[in-house]
Ligand binder design. Structure first.
Ligand SMILES: Nc1ncnc2c1ncn2[C@@H]1O[C@H](COP(=O)(O)O)[C@@H](OP(=O)(O)O)[C@H]1O
Ligand SMILES: [Mg+2]
Length: 291
């Protein structure tokens, strides 16, 4: 057994699955419970592995959180399908050996990202990384058919979830922002047009890691919008978008079309999340700057 496997087995192996007690029956509360458990595992892995070898830390974290989510979903939601970043991304994710339903024919699909902001997780002192757990339900009338979602930000000791949807963010005080719109964007892979977009709107760019953390910043009122384009997958946004929509925020593709999850191809390369009052102005500006 490799060192890495030992760490993940000790911290997150199926034998430990009962450690968190019996989870809530309610899906939103279960999403929070699950994201929190994976978050605890990630904090342990970070503490035990250290930051010397960033690549090894990323791999150990991804694997341990994935193992935890996989074991707990198999144990507590065995009839549901799962789409996870750490699986092969084909339409039959998690069918192998697990008798899980084909996610494209399933009514309930958990869309999970065991570690979002993997790069930041491996950098000492950074707290902008997250665990995403979302539930997509085919027959739901909820926006984007996302019926539950949780974003755990373990290094911030904060989890946002649909069981207690946060209050709509307060309008920013002009004195605090200088009147400028604050747009959260990737610190390492921002869209090529985002600087021109910010100039057009007289906006300030706020770089940070993790899609979940950036959407959480909009939910918490620390940013007014999150704009991304150029590549991403369903698991990068499903859970934080579930919380943002439950909060009453705007979330769509950058061209204004709706976000759709549990698609055959899990690529979902762009999105915008922002306050509702800002959406018309931001989408109009995006039209001017999209390539
Ligand atoms: N151009 C791109 N192509 C594919 N994935 C991208 C991407 N830009 C960002 N992402 C993914 O979106 C998440 C947030 O990125 P960022 O921190 O740069 O905003 C990261 O997820 P992971 O950390 O789960 O891989 C990252 O891999
Ligand atoms: Mg991700």
């Amino acid at each position: 057994m490799s060192e890495q496997t030992k760490v993940s087995a000790r911290i997150a192996g199926p034998r430990d699955a009962g450690e968190g007690g019996t989870p809530p029956v309610n899906d939103s509360a279960f999403a929070r419970w699950l994201a929190d458990r994976a978050g605890q595992v990630l904090l342990h892995v970070r503490a035990e592995t250290g930051h010397e070898d960033g690549k090894a830390l990323k791999a150990a974290g991804d694997q341990a959180a994935h193992d935890l989510l996989r074991a707990e979903l198999a144990r507590w939601r065995p009839a549901d399908a799962v789409l996870s970043e750490e699986d092969d991304h084909s339409r039959v994710a998690w069918t192998e050996g697990g008798n899980r339903p084909d996610r494209l024919g399933a009514n309930r699909v958990w869309i999970v990202d065991p570690l979002d902001g993997t790069r930041e997780f491996s950098e000492e002192g950074r707290d902008d990384w997250a665990v995403h757990v979302a539930l997509w339900t085919a027959d739901s009338s909820a926006p984007a058919r996302l019926t539950a979602g949780a974003v755990a930000m373990p290094a911030r000791h904060c989890t946002l979830a649909t069981d207690h949807a946060p209050a709509y963010p307060p309008m920013p005080l002009e004195s605090a922002t200088g009147g400028a719109i604050r747009i959260a964007a990737s610190r390492t892979r921002p869209p090529a047009f985002v600087t021109a977009l910010a100039e057009d709107l007289g906006a300030e760019l706020v770089p940070m890691g993790s899609a979940g953390v950036k959407i959480a910043a909009v939910i918490n009122g620390e940013a007014d919008a999150y704009v991304h384009a150029g590549g991403q997958y369903e698991w990068d946004s499903a859970a934080p978008v579930a919380v943002a929509l439950a909060t009453g925020l705007h979330a769509s593709r950058v061209d204004g079309s709706p976000l759709a999850y549990n698609q055959a191809d899990p690529k979902l390369p762009d999105l915008v999340v922002c306050r509702k009052d800002l959406a018309p102005r931001l989408l109009a500006a995006l039209q001017r700057h999209l390539p």
